[in-house]
Write a protein that binds this ligand. Structure first.
Ligand SMILES: *[C@@H]1O[C@H](CO)[C@@H](O)[C@H](O)[C@H]1NC(C)=O
Ligand SMILES: *[C@@H]1O[C@H](CO)[C@@H](O)[C@H](O)[C@H]1NC(C)=O
Ligand SMILES: *[C@@H]1O[C@H](CO)[C@@H](O)[C@H](O)[C@H]1NC(C)=O
Ligand SMILES: *[C@@H]1O[C@H](CO)[C@@H](O)[C@H](O)[C@H]1NC(C)=O
Length: 651
């Protein structure tokens, strides 16, 4: 860090322009004398929104830090990459923007954004030394030097400036005091669906000597508030650098409110400690990287490996508790995670995550399904809390199929809605929304099996992708707990009705009740219900309400009479016995039932021979016979024997 030597420049200015965004970052700015520039050090702190808190390793005891193998600049010459400080799946990404937007090797710097993506960034903060009188805020940029990037930290030197207007900016509001600049910006981009808003709060560890606001080409001195339409606004603080050349700024970001942005800044960086902030960031990355250890190979190979592993975890961004549109809870009252900033869900990181980021991919899957529930379709890409450009098929199908088939997160993922979300992609043409969600021109594909070339939009790649998506869905459908549903003339299923509502599709019954009514082929029914364990769960739920008068099971409904006996086909005859006995006691009120505790079969003999099955056929007794039943007061572990064999016999 440097002290200012050229006394002639007394003031350093810092402005924040809200056409660019952070959840929290910490800046240290110090001056260096080369052409009156300054260097700008920054780091990000922990995202408060993380839903899966990693177990802290004993980092201090480590001899070899894997973060040392990460080079944030790897691949920079061949495309857009993000090299700045960030946290695993965090919200804030502090990035250097150039004229080309995002970070490029060459070109003048136009801003330091707080949510930075290849090609765009929002909420930009920028220091400069040019005297205010000669400063052209309409066309601002800086040449650069002294750049350095490592995990959780970067530095840049900037000097000479021109301001550039960010194309995404729609409107905003800013207010400034001597040590704080806060407000919000609204943004809209072709890539996103709806407009979105970002709240920010930039706090300083010293008081400025003066503040200004800027709008529509006019700088106003001592003006503490500005609001704007399409012309960007900014606030400027002037610091007297003769009283110390290091100024710290912590910037909080929120999508909920400006107050929340200030709270994020205060809570995540309470003590203005730059080194500690950097250390915490490095530790957070170390925890993730050390989940995969590699042996052998050269250091260069390790560098390639860990740098790219690091890159897989920059997005999507965990915005749980920072979603302004809704908050969802599951049946156990746990918050359902919310993720944003998917560039594409086809990314190969999904299969990789199923190996080393299982909790994340479960959270991401839950978030996808939750987005379907609130926004009608799962996203193909998502940005700024809206479903973004869909380049081909409905790629969220691939994520759900992967997680379903690998049986990850079974207890927390709501597959009832998950399956509906898949069917929505496969069966509902999004029409005018087709560029942003679902499958564009699906109606042609459903009618003909392909999208004809005269219909708008990349018919070959879409047809191909829709086919792959459908195959993925079919793999899920094969296993999913199914229901009898009405079909439309087009052949597709109408999933709009509730399986527990008595509608016009069934005679005095619900889809739930009728779907168990396949007495001629129980074996296939079990398979279609997701196998024996799932079938048992379904039966248990069917009889869970012991009034036996709800739309899962009504004891007096003719087509339900047989349903308790379905337990026989999975070797759980005793469950049937309990239910029937309970119904008898509650509904038929027989006062003098013999010893009601001995209701379970312990062994059965027919005509003196052991009988292993929990049913018999007409021919077994048509000529008469004797059953000998040994009864007990708890289910028998020995009878009815190996029910897998029994099921085979029933064929
Ligand atoms: C802004 O400044 C840059 C760099 O000096 C220059 O190339 C560009 O033409 C300027 N743009 C406008 C609109 O003045
Ligand atoms: C800094 O400015 C704030 C108002 O913006 C004021 O309340 C505070 O006393 C000032 N602190 C110092 C050290 O001057
Ligand atoms: C702005 O306020 C400061 C401090 O109160 C004062 O010294 C300065 O003259 C004011 N500037 C203008 C242009 O009013
Ligand atoms: C069982 O169903 C009855 C009738 O619908 C209802 O009042 C009761 O709350 C249900 N019991 C449970 C435990 O869900």
């Amino acid at each position: 860090m440097w002290t200012l030597k050229k006394k002639s420049f007394k003031s350093m200015y810092i402005f924040i322009i809200i056409a660019t965004l952070i959840l929290v970052s910490l800046f240290t700015i110090s001056t260096f004398d080369k052409k009156f520039g300054f260097s700008f050090y920054y780091s990000t702190s922990s995202s408060s929104s993380s839903s899966s808190s990693p177990i802290k390793p004993k980092i201090q005891e480590k001899s070899e830090w894997l973060t040392n193998f990460v080079d944030p600049l790897i691949g920079i010459k061949n495309g857009y990459v993000f090299p700045g400080p960030c946290l695993p799946f965090g919200v804030v990404e502090v990035g250097i923007d150039t004229y080309d937007a995002g970070y490029t090797v060459d070109g003048a710097v136009t801003g330091i954004s707080h949510i930075d993506r290849p090609k765009y960034g929002v909420i930009s903060q920028f220091p400069f030394f040019t005297p205010m009188e000669s400063f052209d805020l309409k066309n601002y940029s800086s040449i650069r030097s002294l750049e350095h990037f490592e995990v959780g930290y970067s530095r840049i030197g900037l000097y000479r400036y021109h301001l550039v207007v960010d194309g995404q900016y729609v409107s905003g509001e800013i207010s400034v005091t001597l040590n704080e600049m806060k407000g919000f910006g609204r943004y809209k981009d072709w890539w996103f669906g709806p407009e979105y808003s970002v709240d920010f709060c930039s706090q300083f560890d010293k008081n400025a000597s003066e503040y200004y606001t800027f709008w529509n080409g006019i700088i106003t001195s001592n003006s503490s508030y500005q609001t704007s339409g399409i012309n960007p606004i900014c606030a400027i603080l002037a610091f007297d650098t003769t009283k110390g050349s290091v100024i710290k700024s912590r910037v909080g970001i929120s999508f909920i409110s400006v107050d929340q942005a200030c709270k994020n800044a205060q809570e995540e960086i309470p003590n203005w400690d730059f080194d500690l902030t950097k250390e915490k960031s490095v530790e957070a990355w170390e925890v993730e990287l050390e989940k995969i250890q590699v042996d052998g190979g050269t250091d260069d190979l390790k560098k390639i490996f860990y740098s790219n592993l690091y890159r897989t975890m920059i997005i999507p961004s965990d915005r749980t508790k920072e979603n302004p549109k809704w908050v969802s809870f599951d049946k156990k009252g746990r918050i359902i995670p919310n993720y944003d900033d998917f560039l594409t869900l086809r990314a190969p990181s999904v299969p990789l995550f199923t190996l080393f980021q299982q909790q994340r991919i479960i959270d991401i899957t839950r978030s996808l399904i939750d987005i379907y529930r609130h926004a009608e379709y799962m996203p193909n890409g998502r940005c700024g809390m809206g479903n973004g450009i869909a380049q081909g098929g409905s790629s969220s199908d691939m994520v759900l199929a992967e997680i379903f088939l690998k049986e990850i997160g079974k207890d927390v993922i709501n597959w009832e809605f998950g399956y509906k979300a898949l069917l929505k992609n496969a069966e509902s043409d999004p029409y005018s929304h087709g560029s942003y969600e679902g499958r564009k021109n699906l109606r042609y594909y459903v009618d003909r099996g392909y999208i004809p070339s005269n219909a708008y939009g990349v018919p070959c790649s879409r047809t191909l992708e829709y086919s792959v998506n459908d195959y993925a869905i079919s793999l899920v459908a094969k296993d999913i707990t199914g229901f009898i549903l009405p079909r439309l003339r087009s052949g597709s299923f109408d999933t709009s009705s509730d399986v527990l509502d008595e509608g016009l599709n069934f005679y005095r019954g619900t889809a739930w009740e009728y779907s168990l009514d396949i007495p001629h082929d129980v074996k296939t029914l079990i398979q279609l219900s997701g196998g024996i364990a799932e079938f048992e769960k379904r039966l248990d739920l069917t009889f869970s309400n012991s009034t036996y008068e709800i739309s899962l099971f009504r004891f007096g409904n003719v087509h339900s009479f047989f349903h308790p006996c379905l337990y026989h086909f999975i070797g759980k005859q005793w469950k049937r016995a309990s239910i029937i006995r309970d119904i008898l006691e509650k509904k038929f009120k027989i006062d003098n039932l013999p010893d009601t505790r001995n209701i379970y079969f312990w062994s059965v003999k027919l005509n003196g021979k052991d009988w292993k099955m929990s049913w018999f056929r007409h021919k077994d007794i048509e000529n008469g016979g004797t059953f000998e039943l040994e009864m007990g007061n708890e289910p028998s572990k020995k009878w009815p024997g190996d029910w897998n064999d029994i099921n085979d016999e029933s064929e």
